[in-house]
Design a protein around this ligand. Structure first.
Ligand SMILES: NC(=O)c1ccc[n+]([C@@H]2O[C@H](COP(=O)([O-])OP(=O)(O)OC[C@H]3O[C@@H](n4cnc5c(N)ncnc54)[C@H](O)[C@@H]3O)[C@@H](O)[C@H]2O)c1
Ligand SMILES: CC(C)[C@H](C(=O)O)[C@@H](O)C(=O)O
Ligand SMILES: [Mg+2]
Length: 346
């Protein structure tokens, strides 16, 4: 039976262009010959915005919808006001395609440098809610530009939205050997949203008696992510806390250059989108300094999502071996991509 992957590719801005090229290189190298890979590139990001003033139109969404999955590099550029592409493209797309499970695994691979003492066993996954919280754009400004300006940014938490992501996290915890799940929030201060999350978490916990649960305030969680990262197995949290703790999680488990993510639409109604956790890194763009490993690992998540488990495993093994053998001599983005492609095809 011949198989095919119809992939939408969005290199985006800055290092997004550089790392996506490596992701595609490794994807082509790992796929067996009977899998037909079709890619369509989209020019979203700063280029499109400057040329047309558009970030993401309804016609774009229709075009993206026709694909099995989306691979994104990163968007965001100093030439575009902050928020225009982040809201107008990235969040619009995550919301339109109902990417409510934002999956961000963290694993400290053997031989990989960490700023933490020793080589702690870090292997956890953050299930970040992806469509609600303070990200919905529910707010506004009055008396703008005056000394009495007031700005609000309301966090939206629906029982429906919280329960579906909490259930997803419990199911993931149940399927992992340690079967542990931590809810991270701030229910001592954000009592309305926090109690909604806690009550739903406790209700669903009753259906998963094998899963050991704990609750942690987000400020304390930043301590434990540094001092005891091995205590975590699965974490579920809201959109903003998840954004912040996954950059921290990346920093302690090999760096932002190796942190992968998937924006999942579990029902499959819309294509899921896979992207590195990092951004467009304007400070190093165009210099061949970006580590493409995060994008390559995001390709592995993409393949696993589409049912290509053994190919995903080969990519993960290749990245792991490459990182373990990484010497002191820096390599370019392209060189790392070539080395990974050689490993998965060898
Ligand atoms: N998913 C996305 O598209 C996404 C994610 C985060 C930030 N952004 C956007 O990217 C722009 C820059 O944001 P930022 O500077 O806050 O975050 P960033 O993640 O782009 O960069 C933070 C730091 O990490 C380094 N870094 C990032 N990726 C790296 C890689 N692959 N290899 C080596 N070093 C790497 C950068 O050089 C920088 O020092 C902003 O416009 C922001 O909104 C986009
Ligand atoms: C660019 C921004 C909208 C985005 C987020 O906050 O989700 C980014 O930081 C991420 O982590 O993917
Ligand atoms: Mg982020």
């Amino acid at each position: 039976m011949s198989r095919s992957i119809n992939l939408a590719v969005i290199p985006g801005d800055g290092i997004g262009q550089e790392v996506v090229a490596q992701g595609l290189k490794v994807l082509s190298a790992v796929l067996p010959q009977d899998v037909k890979l079709e890619t369509k590139e989209f020019d979203f990001g700063a280029r499109r915005y400057h040329a047309t003033g558009e970030t993401l139109t309804d016609a774009d969404l229709d075009a993206l919808k026709k694909h099995d999955a989306i691979l994104l590099g990163a968007i965001g550029d100093p030439s575009v006001p902050s928020g225009v592409l982040e809201r107008g493209f990235l969040l619009k797309l995550r919301f339109a395609f109902d990417h409510h499970v934002n999956l961000r695994p963290s694993k400290l691979l053997p031989g990989v440098a960490t700023p933490l003492a020793g080589q702690p066993e870090i292997d956890f996954v953050v299930v970040r809610e992806g469509t609600e919280g303070p990200y919905t754009g529910n707010g506004g400004t009055i008396r703008k530009g005056t000394p009495h300006e007031v700005a609000t940014e309301v966090s939206v938490n629906t029982a429906f939205g919280v329960e579906r992501v909490v259930r997803d996290a419990f199911a993931r915890a149940q399927a992992r050997p340690r079967k542990k799940l931590a809810l991270i929030h701030k229910n001592n201060v954000l009592t309305f949203a926090g109690h909604l999350w806690t009550n739903i978490f406790n209700k669903v916990a009753a259906e998963f008696p094998e899963v050991t649960t704990e609750y942690m305030h987000v400020d304390a969680a930043t301590i434990y992510l540094v001092t005891q990262p091995e205590r975590f197995d699965v974490i579920v949290t809201d959109n903003l806390f998840g954004d912040i703790i996954t950059d921290l999680a990346a920093a302690v488990s090999g760096g932002i250059g190796v942190a992968a993510s998937g924006n999942i639409n579990p029902s499959g109604e819309f294509p899921s989108m896979f992207e590195p956790v990092h951004g467009s890194a304007p400070d190093i763009a165009g210099q061949g300094k970006a580590d493409p490993s995060a994008t390559v690992l995001s390709v592995a998540l993409l393949l696993r999502h589409l049912g290509y488990d053994s190919e995903a495993g080969r990519i993960e093994d290749a990245v792991s071996a490459d990182l373990a053998e990484r010497g002191a001599t820096p390599r370019t983005t392209d060189e790392i991509g070539d080395a990974l492609a050689a490993r998965v095809s060898g």
